[in-house]
Design a protein around this ligand. Sequence first.
Ligand code: URA
Length: 235
Amino acid sequence: MMRLDRFLGENGFGTRQECKKMIRNGRVKVNNCIAKESDIRINEENDVITVDNVLIEYEKFHYLMLNKPKDYVCSAHELGQESILSLIHETYALDLFPIGRLDKDTVGLLILTNDGQLSHMLLAPSKHVEKEYEVQLREELREETIEAFACGIDIGDDKPTLPAQLVQGATSKEALVTLHEGRFHQIKRMFEACNNEVIGLKRIRMKNIVLDENLEPGSYRKLSEEEIRGLKGNE
Ligand code: URA
C-alpha cells in the first residue's frame, strides 16, 4: 500500500506538488473512479491507476546507469561530501543505491537500483562479474606488469588478486583492465604493487552493461529491458 501522490511520483509524474495538482484537477482515476484526495492509499500491485485515462504500469524495481563525475562519493551521507544520489531526480532517489562503489576520483559507469537481490548477486565474490576500466598511468606500461596482472598480485590482502586482463590502450600510458572481483582501491593498489601509479580511472563496463557514450558526466538514463535481462542472466 502507498499514497496515491507518492505512487505517481515514483512513476515519473514529477514532484509531490505536481502530482497533487494532477489529482486535484481530476486527471487521476483509481479503479475507474476519479481520485479526490492525494493521500488516499492504494494497492500499487492490484489497483488500476490511470492518468488522463492512460494506464500506469507499476514498476517495483528501478534500474539506472549513471555516468559518475569526479568528486562525488557513492555513500549517501558523508559529512561535507557530495553524494552521487544528489544527481538523481528526487522521485527515484528515495530508495536507490549503487551496485558496488567507485572511489571519489573515479568516473564512469555506476548502476543504481532498489533491487537488493540483483545487487547481492552481482557483488557476490563467487560470481566473478566482469568490470572493465580505462586507466591513465603516470609511467609507461611495462610487459612485466601485464604478466603480473595475468597471474594475480599480492596487494597486502589475505589472498593475491584473481588474474586480471590488462592491455595497452591508445598510448603507452593508457591501459584497459578487466577485473573479476572488486576490492577496495583494487586497480590503484595493483598498479602501485607494480611501481606505477593510476592518475585517471573510468569504469566503462559491468557485466553486459556498457557505459552509454551519450551520457554526459552527472547524467543518467534507465536501463533498457534487454540490458536488465542481460544483467540478471547467467551468461
Ligand atoms: N579500482 C580502484 O582503485 N578504484 C575504483 O574506484 C575502482 C576500481
